[in-house]
Ligand binder design. Structure first.
Ligand SMILES: Nc1ncnc2c1ncn2[C@@H]1O[C@H](COP(=O)(O)OP(=O)(O)OP(=O)(O)O)[C@@H](O)[C@H]1O
Length: 216
């Protein structure tokens, strides 16, 4: 492959991307690009539209206008869902399944490589929780399990909505290690914060979303 040509094509590019509810704009139009090995921090206060933007980029909500390209190709919602790994506010686990079964289910759904399941659990500090159902795990433990899921998906684009929320200091360091490793492997990370939590210790560009409507 011609690496200089590949580097010139952003992993993610948004042009004129906008979302509206009942004709009321929520965000946009936005233009941004994110290359392999880059992180973009989406900032904005409560209700500014950060979660909505990530859900649009994850293919979970339809954009009102604009275009998203992944690795240079225009993509629809289905492609976005396949090309990205999304970590939302809700961990999205099967409550009755054990930690290992949840990861096996996710791997069956998304395909992908990465470490084996026991290794992925150990990496996020959940060794010994293989058979513990998600409903019996704390919010921070569920967040750790969701982080293990990301590692198994092998999607180049990670969309992380408030990834530090519910995590202790060791968990924050874990997020930072995972983000750094993913960027080092040529992935890209788009993450949100409203400023109350940490930020990754890597050079990040920021995308600021304006105040929610009705706020001063
Ligand atoms: N399911 C929904 N139905 C209707 N309106 C919604 C829904 N979810 C969010 N909104 C509205 O869309 C706007 C953007 O919300 P969003 O959750 O994207 O903000 P955010 O920046 O992620 O906020 P926070 O920092 O509080 O998580 C807000 O005005 C919110 O009231």
């Amino acid at each position: 492959m011609d690496h200089s040509a590949a580097a010139a094509v952003p992993l993610l590019q948004a042009r004129g991307l906008a979302f509206a509810r009942n004709d009321e704009p929520v965000f946009g139009p936005l233009d941004f690009r994110l290359g392999a090995g880059e992180a973009l921090l989406v900032q904005g206060g409560n209700g500014a539209g950060k979660t909505t933007l990530l859900r649009v980029l994850a293919g979970l909500l339809p954009a009102a206008a604009g275009e998203v390209r992944l690795q240079g190709r225009p993509v629809d919602r289905e492609h976005l869902a396949r090309g990205s790994a999304y970590l939302g506010h809700q961990p999205g686990h099967k409550a009755e399944l054990g930690a290992a079964e949840n990861l096996a289910y996710s791997r069956a759904l998304h395909g992908g490589g990465g470490p084996d399941i026991a290794e992925a659990l150990a990496e996020v500090g959940l060794a010994g929780y293989e058979d513990v159902p998600a409903r019996r795990m704390s919010a921070g433990q569920n967040k750790r399990l969701a982080l293990a899921r990301l590692r198994l998906q092998s999607a180049p684009l990670w969309l992380l909505d408030e990834p530090y929320a519910n995590l202790d200091l060791d968990g924050i360091a874990l997020v930072n290690r995972l983000v750094q490793a993913h960027l080092g492997e040529g992935g890209a990370v788009l993450l949100t914060t409203h400023g109350a939590y940490a930020a990754p210790p890597v050079p990040v560009r920021t995308l600021h979303l304006g105040p929610a409507r009705g706020e001063p």
